[in-house]
Write a protein that binds this ligand. Structure first.
Ligand code: BTN
Length: 311
């Protein structure tokens, strides 16, 4: 951590500030220019948020996932760690990630109710929530299996990357758990935690991101900044709804899927699978029909969208 965190778990707004309803006038807007009296900081994000997350805001942080993992080891309540800028962000599979100021660089510390086998649903729920928030902001986002959020159809990926998700999980062993800092319904020794890291290119210039990332941003797509506070609140509230309604996750994911009905190559720990992506199955596996007609169920791997045969 490189700065002092500003934290709030308090849903009440400060005296004299608009209530959430006054702030938004009941209308979903995602315009950074909206002068609603709230900042993109811990109090602003907490105000009007339905989901019961504490919020910790940092101007600068190494990696919000690392900070959330520290909170997990301390047995902290469910917390959203937000950074305006990250100096040591991590991507999936040890890849680099770029986090200049202006993005939505966030990690959710979650204590899941679900069985360990079901936890991939949380990541899929996150991708759905992000996609819906981007659409509310006017950008027609789609999901590439398992949880990249893309825009458009160009590029090697079949679209430019708007957002990536890095989920990490673990179990408290008791040695680092400070149960006194938690309510009765929160972690006990041995509880499983999830840290869901969201890297959403919001108000950043794609030219500031590595060229090989083939990335875009909400600002670039809509031609104006987004209201990151509203955007993040939408993501968090929708994620919270979906985790409470696990049966809704896969249908919603399918609705926004860019991968289904496409020819794909998936690099899995067990080898390469090539074929048509025909479905997503609980808890988030991709079903690929190979050229010899077999259906292979892929639980993890890197997916590439291919051009249809003959094109
Ligand atoms: C990917 O490789 O597609 C996933 C990238 C995830 C980046 C986010 S930014 C917030 C959080 N903190 C990190 O260090 N990584 C994730």
């Amino acid at each position: 951590m490189t700065d002092e965190a500003e934290t709030t778990g308090d849903e009440e707004s400060a005296e004299g500030e608009p209530t959430a309803d006054e702030a938004t006038d009941g209308e979903p807007t995602a315009d950074e220019a909206t002068d609603d009296g709230y900042e993109y900081d811990a109090d602003g994000i907490r105000a009007g948020l339905d989901a019961d997350f504490a919020v910790e805001y940092h101007e600068t942080l190494g990696s919000s996932n690392d900070r959330a993992k520290t909170l997990a080891a301390e047995g902290a309540p469910e917390t959203v760690v937000v950074a305006d800028e990250q100096t040591a962000p991590r991507g999936r599979e040890g890849r680099e990630w770029s986090s200049p100021a202006g993005g939505v660089w966030v990690s959710l510390l979650v204590w899941p109710d679900a069985e360990p086998a079901a936890t991939p649903l949380y990541t899929l729920a996150t991708a759905v929530a992000i996609t819906e928030a981007c659409r509310e902001a006017g950008v027609r986002a789609r999901i590439k299996w398992p949880n990249d959020v893309l825009v458009g159809t160009d590029g090697d990926r079949g679209g430019a990357k708007l957002c990536g998700v890095l989920t990490e999980s673990g179990q408290t062993d008791g040695s680092g758990t400070d149960e006194s800092s938690r309510d009765d319904d929160t972690a006990q020794s041995g509880d499983r935690w999830l840290v869901i890291g969201i890297g959403l290119n919001a108000n950043v210039d794609p030219a500031a991101l590595p060229a090989e990332a083939d990335a875009t941003s909400l600002r670039a797509e809509r031609g104006a900044d987004v209201d990151r506070r509203r955007l993040l609140q939408t993501v968090l509230d929708r994620f919270d709804e979906l985790r409470g309604d696990p049966d809704a996750v896969l249908p919603a994911w399918r609705e926004y899927a860019d991968t289904l009905d496409r020819r794909v190559r998936v690099e899995t720990p067990g080898g390469t699978v090539v074929g048509e992506a025909v479905d997503v199955r609980f808890p988030g596996s991709l079903v690929v029909r190979t050229d010899d007609g077999d259906e292979v169920v892929v639980t993890a791997g890197d997916c590439e969208h291919l051009r249809p045969i003959g094109n």
